[in-house]
Design a protein. Structure first.
Ligand SMILES: [Zn+2]
Length: 346
């Protein structure tokens, strides 16, 4: 296990992180082992959006087969584009590895996106959200339909109780959400949703009236992301095999956000001036796909989505594409091990 001080020391001294003995909660997760130049690591480590937490930095690699069969995840977003932008790779990876998943959207997006009227924007956003769920392989969408950009007017207890009910009824094991404690996110929908998610980590006797229809059930794992730093980071998730699925999920958000059909629009604007960008290809779908993969998720990521490039996040660890999270999971107890080694006959 490597704490933050050792992590920094090793990186500074050697320019690469030494392997450490495995002590992780998932089979695919291994302590960080980076490759690359010292300069890259320095840039990565002191990036304003990254602060490594004091616990072990873990690389969660892609796995073969269905190691997560039987587990259930909820990807929770205030707006139709949040999960695709920030966690589309992780969701696609976990679904591919056997999870069953659901998409929960807390607002109705009525203040954002294209449409001749507010109601038409809402409808377009609702359709985009359904398409995102399908692109990521999720079972269905729960639209909680609070007013867009006004989530700080609600009683957070109500939202928490709705999450608790969904966690119990769907038997959700794993949550993917905005980080509830990341500062400098100016959008109340983001931080209120995240804090309600965090508060939904409740005991078995909470909300007793629900227990007439659902069994007690608790979250075991949480992956938190943010769009502005600083955020604690303790997990790098490899998404190389799933980057194209992430791109396709982002293509679904045509009503709002930095992705959607911006590629074909740029292609059209250039064509009107008698020009073209080779990277955008010759048809609209290729233009949208390549625009998102090259600009939104990579070279213009900071401007487009206020977060580092998925390519840059993976680079110090020898991964082609990666996302970064603050992960909270079960801490294995040492008591059984102690008992097996130390118990003696009466
Ligand atoms: Zn949002």
């Amino acid at each position: 296990m490597m704490n933050r001080k050792d992590f920094l020391k090793t990186g500074l001294a050697a320019g690469a992180l030494a392997a450490a003995p495995a002590a992780s909660s998932a089979a695919s997760a291994a302590p960080a082992q980076a490759s690359g130049q010292t300069a890259d690591l320095e840039k990565y480590r002191f990036h304003p959006h990254h602060r490594f937490s004091n616990d072990e930095l873990v690389i969660e690699r892609e796995q073969q087969g269905k190691p997560h069969a039987g587990k259930v995840l909820a990807a929770i977003q205030p707006h139709c584009d949040d999960i695709p932008i920030f966690a589309g790779g992780l969701v696609a990876k976990l679904i591919h590895e056997g999870y069953k998943g659901y998409l929960i959207r807390t607002t109705n997006d009525d203040s954002a996106g294209a449409g001749r009227t507010r109601a038409e924007s809402m409808l377009n956003d609702e359709r985009d959200t359904a398409a995102v769920a399908e692109a990521l392989g999720l079972e269905r969408v729960y639209d909680l339909s609070y007013r867009n950009h006004n989530l700080d007017e609600i009683n957070i207890k109500e939202l928490t109780a709705r999450f608790v009910f969904l966690i119990r009824s769907l038997k959700i094991d794993t949550i993917i959400s905005y980080d509830p404690w990341a500062p400098y996110d100016n959008n109340p929908d983001h931080y209120i949703t995240a804090r309600a998610v965090e508060a939904a980590y409740t005991g078995r006797l909470d909300y007793p009236e629900q227990l007439d229809v659902v069994e007690p059930h608790s979250i075991r794992e949480r992956y938190y992301f943010t769009r502005r730093g600083p955020q604690f980071i303790n997990r790098i998730v490899e998404i190389t095999s799933h980057i194209d699925t992430k791109v396709r999920a982002n293509m679904c958000n045509v009503t709002q956000g930095p992705a959607g059909q911006h590629g074909r629009r740029l292609k059209q604007q250039l064509a009107e001036k008698g020009m073209k960008l080779p990277i955008l290809g010759d048809d609209d779908e290729t233009a949208d796909f390549n625009y998102i993969k090259h600009f939104v998720l990579d070279t213009d990521s900071e401007a487009q989505r206020l977060t580092p490039s998925d390519r840059e996040v993976g680079r110090p660890f020898g991964l082609e594409w990666a996302e970064r999270y603050y992960y909270r999971g079960p801490i294995p107890s040492t008591i059984d091990d102690y008992v097996s080694k130390n118990a003696v006959r009466l």
